[in-house]
Structures are given as structure tokens and as C-alpha cells.
Design a protein around this ligand. Structure first.
Ligand code: GTP
Length: 386
């Protein structure tokens, strides 16, 4: 299986990168990821199910027309009865599947459809073979192929359905008294057909899982800063407006803290770029810790500029949080002999608050925080301004 080299390391720590390195030959992820993958597949497979149901119903009805031509009149009644029972079950499942509120039943309902189609087809073949041993059994292969490729079942589920269908077919033929050589011949073709289906299904599921992990990693790469793991400017721009709309709906204030490390050029010059990167990571983790609640957001805007977006907070609290953040960096005590404002690495913070009743533009929040940051820098750095 593919070797992913080192690029997922750029988004570590990430469960997706870890799973890619570990591999998933048994088509299983770690528990939490497996849950996420299955939920994703449920959503992803919803549209596919509509198409699959239409195709299955059309084929089922077309084969009913074939029965009229091939099955002798003496046995036709039974065959039609089975076709009608299967059709009714299919339509009931379709009615449930097409309603989004039953999405949690999508997989069991899909399996029921496949099983009903397969067992129904096996019973029909058995009935028809009592009168006409030339009646085609290949419809069973079509049902198995649908299980492997059409309805979005995982390999284990498709295999389980196909095994039940094979068993039903064997029993139906034994009851019909099909000569042993013909039965063995049909079973062999069905088993080989299933083997091809299972291998194809394995490869498809493997690729689907690989795509899932890689697309999640791509999302992380596109929206997070690779050095600190914080959200990047693109992600910030996307979420800023969304959060503000939510705040307006809920009548909640938000605050923006713009943070800029003081004399960082001098820090790089004194200690080297590598040490500068490590200091940025340290600041990144302080910002991350400060974004405590689910809708808070820590961002690396670029270079040594960071932002902290705080949800549901008053102007007073925002100022206190900014002061605590500034203080936490000072406390870490990263020596900085090139700084004019302190002998350790420090940051300046500009704070701005927006409440839904004040009705200003969202862009004003950024401008206000930027002005406050400029003020904090101008008044000697290592301070908070609002
Ligand atoms: N090590 C490292 N340095 C970076 C990175 N991104 C930007 N920088 C450096 O950050 C420094 C920013 O310098 P300035 O914009 O002049 O700001 P400053 O020296 O912090 O001065 P004040 O903000 O006015 O206190 C530059 O020297 C950049 O090279 C990075 O990813 N890693």
C-alpha cells in the first residue's frame, strides 16, 4: 500500500496523519475516527441511495416481464407473488430511506433491500427450476454486485449479505431438485463472481478511507498554520463573519485581541531563526490555551502577529483576558537580550469589543483592535490597550 512519506508530519499532531502512517489494511480506523468516517459516509451515501433504489426497482420490474416469457403458466402465480412481496418491501424501505430523518437507519435499510432482493431472486429461481431448469440464475449475481458496488455498504456488510443470498440460493435449488452438476456449476460461478466483487469492494473501500483521511488533512493544511497549529488567516476570515452572525442572532458580544510579539526581529537576530520558530510555537500554545471555549478561536495571522477571538464576553472581561495573556508570556520567561522593553520576550495586545446592539460594521472591530495595538506599541510595548 502507498507510502505517504513525510508530508502528514506537517499537520501533526493529527489523528488523520497518525492513521495514514499506521495503515488500515483491515478496513478499520481507531475508534473515534471510525465513528467519524461512518458518519461521513452516511451523509455522503444519501444521494447514492436514491439512485440505487431506482435502479434496483427498474431491474426488478424488468425481470418480472422476463418471467412472463420464461416461466410456465403453472408456476407463474408463485413467481409473481414473490415479485410483488419483494416490491412492496422495497417500496416501504424506499419510503423510509428517502426521508432524511431516518438517515440513522440508512445502512440497515440498504441491507434489508439487498437481502430481500437476493433471497427473493433465489426463491424465484428455485420455483422456476421446478418447471424449467433453463431459467437464468444470473440475476443473483446482479444483486451481489449491487451489494458490493451500488448501495454503499462496507465490505463486511456486503459480504454478509452475499453469503446469505448464496445460502438461500443453494437451499432453493436443493428444494427444486436441480441436478448436482448444474448446481455445482452455478454455485461456482456465483462464488467466483462474489470473489471479484469482494476484491473490487475492498479496493473501493480502501480508497474511500484513504480519500477521507487525506481530505481531512488537506482541510487542516488549508485552515491551520503549520508552525503553531493555530487557525490561519484564511480560516479566521471565513469564521469571523460566521461567528459575528451567530453572536447577532444570540444577542452576544464578541471581542478581538490582536497580539504582536515585541522586538521579534531583534529576537531572531540574537538567537537565530530556529529559536524564533520555537518562541512562536510557545506563544501559539499560550494563545491556544486562552481560546478556552468551543467558539473561541486562536489565530496566527502571519509572522509574529496573532489574534484571539472571544465569544460571549464583556469589554471588561476581554481586557482582563488580554492582560492575563500578556502576563502569561512574560511568566514563561524566554530571555530576550535584544529587547528595549523587558529582558524577556513580551507581547503587546490591542483589544476591541463588539456588541450586537451597537450595530457597527464587523470590519470596525478589526480596525479598532489594530488601532489599540498600535497604541500599545507606541506607549512602550509589553502592554494592553483597548
Ligand atoms: N523565526 C521566525 N521569524 C519570523 C517568522 N515570520 C516572521 N518572522 C520575523 O518576525 C520579524 C517581525 O519583525 P517586525 O515586523 O520588524 O516587528 P518587531 O521586530 O517584532 O517589532 P515590533 O513589532 O515593532 O515590536 C521579522 O524579522 C520576520 O523575519 C517565522 O515564521 N519564524
Amino acid at each position: 500500500m502507498p507510502n505517504y512519506h513525510a508530508w502528514p508530519d506537517e499537520v501533526r499532531p493529527s489523528p488523520y496523519a497518525d492513521q495514514l502512517s499506521l495503515g488500515f489494511r483491515r478496513l478499520r480506523f481507531s475508534r473515534a475516527l471510525e465513528r467519524e468516517y461512518r458518519a461521513h459516509m452516511l451523509e455522503d451515501g444519501f444521494e447514492l441511495k436514491r439512485i440505487a433504489l431506482c435502479v434496483a426497482t427498474v431491474i426488478w420490474l424488468a425481470l418480472a416481464a422476463l418471467d412472463m416469457l420464461v416461466v410456465p403458466a403453472s408456476h407463474l402465480g408463485w413467481v409473481i407473488a414473490v415479485r410483488v412481496v419483494v416490491l412492496v418491501i422495497l417500496l416501504v424501505c424506499a419510503a423510509l430511506i428517502l426521508q432524511r430523518r431516518y438517515i440513522h437507519l440508512l445502512l440497515p435499510l440498504s441491507m434489508i433491500c439487498i437481502l430481500v432482493l437476493g433471497v427473493g431472486a433465489a426463491v424465484i429461481v428455485g420455483i422456476a427450476h421446478r418447471a424449467n431448469p433453463g431459467y437464468p440464475y444470473e440475476g443473483l449475481l446482479l444483486v451481489s454486485m449491487a451489494a458490493y458496488f451500488l448501495v454503499g455498504l462496507r465490505l463486511s456488510q456486503a459480504l454478509a449479505c452475499s453469503l446469505v443470498i448464496l445460502l438461500a440460493y443453494g437451499l432453493a435449488e436443493l428444494a427444486a431438485g436441480l441436478p448436482a452438476p448444474r448446481l455445482i456449476n452455478s454455485l461456482l460461478f456465483l462464488v467466483f463472481g462474489n470473489l471479484i466483487g469482494a476484491v473490487g469492494c475492498y479496493l473501493l473501500e480502501y480508497k474511500s478511507r484513504e480519500y477521507f483521511l487525506i481530505s481531512r488533512l488537506m482541510h487542516l493544511l488549508a485552515h491551520h498554520d503549520s508552525l503553531t497549529g493555530l487557525h490561519n488567516r484564511r480560516s479566521f476570515n471565513r469564521q469571523f463573519e460566521r461567528l459575528w452572525r451567530q453572536a447577532q442572532r444570540d444577542g452576544i458580544s464578541i471581542a478581538l485581541l490582536l497580539c504582536d510579539i515585541d522586538h521579534f526581529k531583534a529576537y531572531n537576530d540574537c538567537y537565530g531563526h530556529q529559536a524564533g520558530d520555537e518562541a512562536l510555537q510557545r506563544v501559539g500554545s499560550l494563545i491556544e490555551q486562552a481560546a478556552r471555549r468551543p467558539l473561541d478561536m486562536g489565530v496566527r495571522l502571519g509572522g509574529e502577529e496573532f489574534a484571539l477571538l472571544l465569544f460571549d464576553i464583556s469589554a471588561n472581561e476581554a481586557r482582563q483576558r488580554a492582560e492575563a495573556l500578556r502576563h502569561s508570556l512574560e511568566e514563561v520567561g524566554i530571555a530576550h537580550r535584544g529587547s528595549d522593553s523587558a529582558d524577556v520576550l513580551t507581547m503587546s495586545v490591542g483589544v476591541a469589543c463588539l456588541s450586537p446592539d451597537s450595530q457597527p460594521e464587523l470590519s470596525q472591530l478589526y480596525e479598532q483592535a489594530d488601532r489599540a495595538l498600535y497604541e500599545a506599541k507606541a506607549f512602550g510595548r509589553n502592554r494592553v490597550a483597548a
